[in-house]
Design a protein around this ligand. Structure first.
Ligand SMILES: Nc1nc2c(c(=O)[nH]1)N[C@H]1C(S)=C(S)[C@@H](COP(=O)(O)O)O[C@H]1N2
Ligand SMILES: [Mo]
Length: 494
């Protein structure tokens, strides 16, 4: 069965990466898993969550394969029936994925075929050993069977891994081929003023590089979207449907903007946040063209892979930099960040705004429709909560007595941060030095020169937004609409 899976994975590479039964089953697991489990997995493994899911599904297949082998040996043809059922589950997962076609069924069918065939061959072999050797103890036969089955399973695993490696390299090659020259911006941002960055070792850079930018999505395989085939449709409650293709989009006056993107699953002090320079077209202009009808209050954006996000219509029609982005930090969007086009909306968590590989904007109502994460217990509204984080020193580190630079970032996208304070143990709060803001939509760096004395100390940070509202100190979990609570670390001074 493992060998069957290997064959399927190789076929999947040739046909369509998303038809891989392993990845389809993994994706299905992602979609049907209870939200608390997903939180746990993201919490435990961070962006390694996808590897965990794939390995788990593969392990499960291996166990079922072993079971099928034993059952087939004892009670044929029930082992083959197990293979068919498990393969059928993979088939079902593959053909029910968004964007699947008839082709999606082939790898799973191949897996079932190869699995059943191998099982039959292996059982026949061990039976042959049983009868020809005659005097040999039954153990030999079983051993032969096990050795052969092990070999087949090993081959299967190798084929699976090989398939994945080839798949990712094919994707990388394709992505490289697709690289296009970015059009120049009609509206550019001012260069970053010197006062906006603090020179403290260990602080988060003001602009996060693409390679360091967190990645969160439900896609086990990064969708590879051919920009020549890409189109975005504005549908739903509109006066007229609008469709634009990639060339249309690039010909429009594109605007640069810095926006800090954050994930609702970011726990206090966590790293699911990044700041980038985006290049894109304001969504409000596109919506203007379509003409939302009265009564509409939400835009349901949809990705090629079926993911959806529900964004308040007002956040896409007011004057903020809600854009259809085509570039991130000066290069075309990396595939895993939504190539060729994604949404970026300042002030809202990604799950209700930042649809990657976006292909449809459906103007609708909150009362009429829900989206991927709001279907799974997360709040329909997801404004980013005012937060702050200590980047340096790191928690539980040892530092020398004397002046220690404590530094980090604070954010309240689309509102702005006006003040950051630091508390040592239970002392009075002290003002930190704030770097200049480059926009209300981006995080601000802060630093605090701490006169560290020997012993163990607790450092805590809190921010105040541009309206004078302080950060919520009461701890709240990330579910359903983002964590609250202050980031605290412990350092040993000696
Ligand atoms: N197509 C698609 N877009 C998506 C998601 C997804 O699962 N699929 N996840 C959203 C979430 S929850 C977040 S936090 C941001 C993360 O964007 P990034 O991976 O570029 O950092 O993408 C959003 N856009
Ligand atoms: Mo997210």
């Amino acid at each position: 069965m493992s060998a069957g899976l290997g064959a399927a994975e190789v076929l999947a590479v040739i046909l369509a990466p998303t038809s891989s039964p392993l990845f389809s089953a993994g994706s299905l697991v992602i979609d049907v898993a209870p939200p608390w489990l997903k939180e746990r997995v993201i919490g435990l493994f961070g962006t390694g969550d996808k590897a965990v899911i794939i390995v788990s599904v593969a392990l499960l297949v291996a166990i079922l394969a072993a079971l099928a082998g034993l059952v087939e040996h004892a009670k044929p043809p029930w082992g083959r029936v197990i293979v068919a059922i498990v393969g059928g589950a993979g088939l079902l997962a593959a053909i029910t994925r968004a964007g699947s076609s008839m082709v999606s069924a082939f790898p799973s069918l191949a897996a079932i075929g190869v699995g059943i065939w191998l099982l039959a061959v292996l059982t026949r072999r061990s039976e042959a050993v049983d009868s020809t050797v005659g005097a040999a103890p039954r153990g030999t036969a079983r051993r032969t069977f096990l050795v052969n089955a092990g070999l087949a399973a090993g081959l299967g695993v190798l084929a699976t891994i090989g398939g994945r490696v080839v798949a990712s390299s094919i994707q990388a090659v394709e992505a490289a081929r697709r690289m296009f020259t970015l059009p120049s911006a009609a509206v550019t941002v001012a260069p970053i003023p010197a006062g906006a960055t603090l020179d403290v070792p260990g602080i988060s850079p003001l602009v996060t590089s693409n390679s360091d930018f967190y990645r969160i999505d439900t896609a086990l395989i990064v969708p590879s979207v051919d920009p020549a085939q890409w189109a975005l449709r504005v549908t739903g409650l509109v006066e007229r449907e609008v469709t634009i293709n990639f060339d249309d989009l690039l010909a429009l006056p594109l605007e640069e903007s810095y926006t800090t993107l954050a994930c609702v699953s970011n726990y206090v002090g966590g790293g699911l946040i990044g700041n980038a320079l985006w290049l894109g077209y304001p969504i409000r202009h596109l919506l203007e063209r379509a003409g939302p009808k009265s009564g509409a209050d939400m835009v349901l954006s949809r990705s090629v892979d079926g993911f959806t996000a529900s964004t308040p219509l007002s956040a896409l029609t007011d004057d903020r930099n809600a854009i259809l982005a085509v570039a991130m930090n000066g290069s075309p969007l990396p595939a895993e960040h939504g190539f060729p086009v994604r949404m970026v909306v300042p002030g809202l968590y990604g799950y209700v705004s930042a649809t990657k590989w976006v292909t449809e904007l459906k103007v609708t109502k909150f009362s009429a429709e829900t989206s991927y994460w709001t279907n799974r217990g997360w709040s329909p509204r997801g404004p980013v909560k005012l937060s702050s984080r200590i980047d340096t020193p790191r928690d539980s580190r040892q530092v020398s007595p004397g002046t220690v630079m404590v530094a980090g970032v604070a954010w309240s996208q689309h509102v702005g941060v006006s003040r950051v304070e630091v508390q040592v143990d239970d002392d009075a709060w002290s003002d930190a030095t704030l770097a200049d803001a480059i926009s209300a939509d981006t995080w601000r760096q802060w630093s605090f020169a701490w006169n560290a004395t020997a012993g163990q100390h607790r450092l805590t940070v809190r921010a105040t937004d541009a309206n004078g509202v302080p950060q919520i100190e009461v701890y709240a979990d990330v579910v359903p609409d983002g964590a609250t609570g202050l980031h605290s670390i412990t350092v040993n001074v000696s």
